[in-house]
Design a protein around this ligand. Structure first.
Ligand code: ZN
Length: 314
């Protein structure tokens, strides 16, 4: 069942995670759920060719075609593979659907130009970097961008046709799933898939395992509220995260703590009078040095620092 892009990890009875292999070019986890009479896939990874393998794997594991695909949010590493599920029904929140629709058709030239630029800047970052953990993270990013670059000419935007606001229930003969949204935290609109019978939650990027969460253009305050509400409302033993390995509900607490500490850290930095570059030189927030994708820390810091500066100057 495993391939170069993802490993299949069983989360619970009838639920599997397709966990992206770092450095393979693949980014973003997906999940497969066997509802008995129908099969659901959650998210489609960043690459159409890994999505084709995902569909094949789902059909093999459940012995059925994939009836529904849920997109947890609009980020490319969760929706780029949609085009491999043309005979399935795609589902997302209204917002996520609108965001994808507003992006229009894939503009091959512009996208290639942007990714070429990104690859150049990652190459530059790598040549300046000494920290081995950071170098590994940048290397993973490079593999992802290079794989995406090659796939752009065949990339098509496929937009969900079934939308919901805060809750959609799909009942199968063996188990039921609840597709839930508590608004936007990581992105403008985030959905999760909850399987009550198996006490399992597929979180999209609201939760990642030991991976620096991506905050820019989201809302870290709302994100914390969403995670706390999920802890309160849902009985969760198993988490299939957006990035990293399958784990338990402690990973939700990890992300809450990270976001709370990050907000306090950046707020302190803003009032310190020291420059942004001074703070960036301090490296990753203490206690999170071993988390994956440490290069996202700088991006988070910059974005949050500047958002808070703007707020303070209002
Ligand atoms: Zn994301």
């Amino acid at each position: 069942m495993n391939n170069e892009y993802f490993t299949i990890q069983q989360a619970s009875e009838g639920i599997w995670g397709a966990i992206s292999v770092p450095g393979s070019g693949s980014l973003g986890n997906a999940a497969i759920i066997d509802l008995g009479d129908l099969t659901v896939v959650v998210d489609t990874t960043n690459l159409p060719h890994s999505a084709a393998l995902l569909r094949h794997t789902a059909e093999q594991l459940t012995n059925k075609p994939v009836k529904y695909v849920v997109n947890t949010h609009f980020h490319g590493d969760h929706v780029n593979g949609n085009q491999e599920f043309m005979s399935s029904e795609l589902i997302s929140t209204v917002w996520t659907r609108d965001l994808l629709a507003d992006m229009g058709e894939v503009n091959i030239d512009v996208m290639q130009q942007n990714i070429r630029r990104l690859i150049t800047s990652l190459d530059h970052m790598r040549s300046q970097e000494r920290d081995p953990h950071m170098l590994t993270g940048i290397g993973y990013d490079l593999s992802v961008q290079r794989a995406l670059y090659d796939t752009i000419p065949s990339l098509r935007r496929v937009i969900p046709k079934i939308t919901f606001d805060d809750k959609l229930v799909i009942r199968g003969t063996k188990r039921t799933i609840e597709v839930l949204s508590y608004g936007g935290g990581h992105s403008l609109s985030d959905a999760v898939v909850y399987v009550p019978e198996e006490r399992t939650l597929i979180t999209g990027d609201l939760v990642s395992t030991k991976t620096i969460p991506v905050i820019p253009y989201g809302n870290p305050y709302a994100w914390i509220r969403i995670l706390k509400r999920m802890q309160q409302d849902l009985k969760i033993d198993t988490v299939v995260p957006g990035h990293g390995d399958i784990s338990n509900s402690d990973r939700i607490t990890d992300v809450i703590h990270f976001l709370e500490k990050m907000i306090a850290y950046v707020a302190g930095a803003v009032t310190s009078g020291q420059s942004e570059s001074y703070w960036l030189e301090q490296g990753v927030l203490k206690g999170y040095e071993d988390w994956h994708l440490p290069q996202y820390f700088r991006w988070n810091f910059r974005w949050l620092f500047n958002s808070m500066l703007v707020q303070n100057n209002r």
